[in-house]
Design a protein around this ligand. Structure first.
Ligand SMILES: Nc1nc2c(ncn2[C@@H]2O[C@H](COP(=O)(O)OP(=O)(O)O)[C@@H](O)[C@H]2O)c(=O)[nH]1
Ligand SMILES: [Mg+2]
Length: 239
């Protein structure tokens, strides 16, 4: 396999080098593609230094506007351009344990089209975060499952993996989410193209370094976006 792991970063200077080291050790066959949005804390310079020392580390420096969704979209396109046959994505903040990376690749080798790291399957957990974040996650999850009709335990997982053909089928260049709702937009699309989606257990841990970028504004935008996706689909106007 030729896996490429897309890692969107915004102000992840305290995490990035250790993450890249861990991923390179745990999944040496994978290329790491860091997609940075001109982080003011120097994340982009760290990424450049790591890329200069290792051919398996690549960097995209995005121009504004910034956004988790815009970074994801550019990352998917570049991963395909690099010739990936499997595209993974993970956060840079260690909420997504790199030690389970090989399980994603195994699941694809065993026939999955899409693999999600899931807090809500047997063996997964979401114990480490504040009570309000856990409540938000559970409410969002229920809302998304109902509105989008996706039969998935963890609809908010950004730790996941796609077979190349599925990512091509959803045409990532047509994704419309600028922010974190790209997670659900992509899930909705892969569901609609009939991808075989498999969930593997993820023990989600809260970040220890740096800060979450998910504020109330992005959260509300996400809820509106999900409704919009469903309405466009009902009208037959989705891409
Ligand atoms: N390139 C880029 N990455 C982002 C942006 N916002 C968040 N990220 C990254 O996306 C991942 C998830 O973001 P995080 O703030 O941890 O969200 P949370 O886990 O939902 O609290 C992390 O690796 C962030 O650095 C952005 O605007 N641009
Ligand atoms: Mg996080």
């Amino acid at each position: 396999m030729r896996p490429v792991i897309v890692v969107p970063t915004y102000n992840e200077a305290p995490n990035l080098e250790r993450l890249v080291d861990d991923v390179r050790r745990i999944s040496p066959e994978s290329t790491i593609l860091i997609v940075d949005d001109q982080s003011p804390d120097g994340t982009g310079e760290i990424a450049d230094r790591l890329a200069a020392a290792d051919d398996a580390v690549r960097v995209i420096h995005r121009d504004p506007p910034r956004g988790r969704g815009l970074a994801g979209r550019d990352g998917y396109r570049e991963a395909l351009r690099l010739g990936a046959d499997v595209v993974l994505e993970m956060d840079a903040d260690f909420s997504h344990d790199p030690r389970i990376l090989p399980q994603f690749l195994d699941a694809v080798a065993n026939g999955a089209d899409v693999v999600l790291g899931s807090r809500f399957v047997r063996g997964g957990s979401d114990r480490d975060r504040s009570a309000w974040r856990r409540v938000v996650t559970i409410l969002a999850n229920t809302y998304i499952r109902v509105v989008l009709g996706v039969p998935i335990g963890d609809c908010n997982s950004g730790f996941r993996c796609f077979r190349r053909s599925v990512l091509e089928a959803i045409r990532p260049e047509t994704l419309t989410s600028a922010g974190p709702s790209i997670v659900q937009e992509v899930l909705f699309r892969v569901h609609r193209v009939g991808a075989k989606i498999v969930e593997i257990p993820l023990e989600f841990v809260d970040r220890k370094e740096g800060e979450s970028k998910l504020g109330l504004r992005l959260l509300v935008d996400g809820y509106v976006m999900i409704l919009r996706l469903r309405i466009l689909a009902l009208l037959g106007r989705d891409p």
